[in-house]
Design a protein. Structure first.
Ligand code: FES
Ligand SMILES: [Fe+2]
Length: 341
C-alpha cells in the first residue's frame, strides 16, 4: 500500500550534487540531480530513446544528458537537444516528478502532479535553523516503511531494543503514553520523572544523577515523524516548561518506501546545545545511527515474518493505539486514491 499524493524525502540536500543519483521510490526508477542553476530535479530513470538509465549520464548546463546517444532533457522532462537533428518531436520527453527543496531536504511528489501542493510539506525548522545543529544520516532498511513508522510511534520498545543507547531506566517499559489525534496525524508522548538517564543522553548532557525525561512523537501523513525528546536534571522545572538545566533534541525520521519491503530511512538529530561543536556532532551522529541500527535489526527480522507491511491477524495491546490510528489514516488515504488498502 503506497499513498502517492504526499511529499516524501528523496535525499538530504547536502547529499545531492550534479552527479546524477539513481533511486527507486515506490518501485519507480528515478534519477535525481542538481542542474547548473543549483535546482534539484527528478526524472524517470529511463531514456525515451533506447531506455538507457539517465543516471549514467551527466549534467550539462541545467539539463541532464543521456550517457548513450547524448539526448538532453530539461528538469520538466522535455527533450531539449538531439545531436545531429534540428527538430525535436513533442513525444521526446520523460516523466518529471514535482520536487521541492525545504528544511535541507529534497522532497518528491510521486502522485498526481496537479495535486502537488507545496504548502503541505511539514514544517521542520530545526533542520535549517542557526538555533539548532543538525546531524543528518541515511540508512537503507529492508522492511516496509509502515513497520518503521509503527516503531517510531511506539515508545515502549525503547526499554528493550535500545538498552545500550537511549534507554536508561527499566520503568520506561511501563510508563504510560498519551495518544491524541492532531491535524493530519497522530501524537504520542509521556514524561518520566526522576529516571536514570540513558547512556547517550547522560554523555551528551553530562548528567550524573537522575533526570526528568520527555518523549513526544508526532507522525504527519504520509511519512514524516519527529520527536521532541530530551531530559533535564530532576526537579529543575522541565515539566513546567523550564528546560534550561537540560538538553533538547528534535529527532526527525523520514520514511520513503523503496519497494513494499524496503525503505529509504532519513534520520536526523538536531540539538540546541554545543551548537556547531564538531565532537558533539560526531558523537550524536554516531549515537543516533547506532540507535536506529538497533531498530533496523528488529524491523528486518519482523519483515521476514509478515506479508509486505501488513499486521493483519496480529494481537494488539493498549500501547499500540498510536500506530493503529496511523494505519487507519493511511488506509483511508490509500482508499481515497484508489490504491489497495
Ligand atoms: S538511449 Fe538515451 S540517447 Fe539513446
Ligand atoms: Fe527505536
Amino acid at each position: 500500500m503506497f499513498v502517492k499524493n504526499g511529499w516524501y524525502a528523496a535525499s538530504w540536500s547536502k547529499d545531492l550534487g550534479e552527479k546524477p543519483v539513481a533511486r527507486k521510490i515506490m518501485n519507480e526508477d528515478i534519477v535525481l540531480y542538481r542542474g547548473g542553476d543549483g535546482k534539484a530535479a527528478a526524472l524517470e530513470d529511463r531514456c525515451c530513446h533506447r531506455a538507457a538509465p539517465l543516471s549514467i549520464g551527466e549534467v550539462v548546463g541545467n539539463d541532464l544528458m543521456c550517457g548513450y546517444h547524448g539526448l538532453k532533457f530539461a528538469a520538466d522532462g522535455r527533450c531539449t537537444d538531439i545531436p545531429g537533428q534540428k527538430d525535436i518531436p513533442a513525444r521526446a520527453h520523460v516523466r518529471a516528478y514535482p520536487i521541492e527543496e525545504r528544511w535541507n531536504v529534497v522532497w518528491i511528489w510521486m502522485g498526481d502532479p496537479d495535486k502537488a501542493d507545496r504548502t503541505k510539506i511539514e514544517a521542520l525548522p530545526w533542520l535549517d535553523s542557526p538555533e539548532w545543529t543538525a546531524t543528518p544520516g541515511y540508512l537503507h532498511l529492508k522492511s516496509n516503511y509502515l513497520l518503521l513508522i509503527d516503531n517510531l510511534l511506539d515508545l515502549t520498545h525503547v526499554a528493550y531494543v535500545h538498552k545500550k543507547t537511549i534507554s536508561g531506566d527499566p520503568r520506561e517499559a511501563t510508563t504510560p503514553t498519551k495518544t491524541e489525534r492532531v491535524e493530519n496525524g497522530v501524537r504520542n508522548g509521556r514524561w518520566m520523572i526522576d529516571f536514570v538517564p540513558p547512556p547517550l543522553f547522560a554523555k551528551a548532557g553530562q548528567f550524573t544523577s537522575n533526570v526528568d525525561r520527555w518523549q513526544h512523537v508526532t507522525w504527519k501523513a504520509p511519512a514524516t515523524v519527529y520527536l521532541d525528546v530530551g531530559c533535564a536534571k530532576t526537579g529543575t522545572g522541565a515539566p513546567q516548561g523550564d528546560r534550561s538545566q537540560g538538553i533538547s533534541i528534535w529527532s526527525t525520521h523520514l520514511a520513503t518506501p523503496e519497494t513494499e519491503t524496503s525503505t529509504h530511512y532519513f534520520f536526523c538529530f538536531a540539538r540546541n546545545f554545543k551548537l556547531g561543536d564538531p565532537q558533539m556532532s560526531q558523537m550524536l551522529y554516531e549515537g543516533s545511527k547506532v540507535t536506529f541500527e538497533e531498530d533496523l535489526v528488529v524491523l528486518e527480522l519482523q519483515q521476514q515474518k509478515v506479508d509486505g507491511g501488513s499486521i493483519e491477524g496480529l494481537f494488539d495491546i493498549p500501547n499500540d493505539a498510536a500506530q493503529l490510528q496511523m494505519r487507519r489514516m493511511m488506509r483511508q488515504l490509500a482508499a481515497a486514491e484508489g490504491s489497495v488498502g
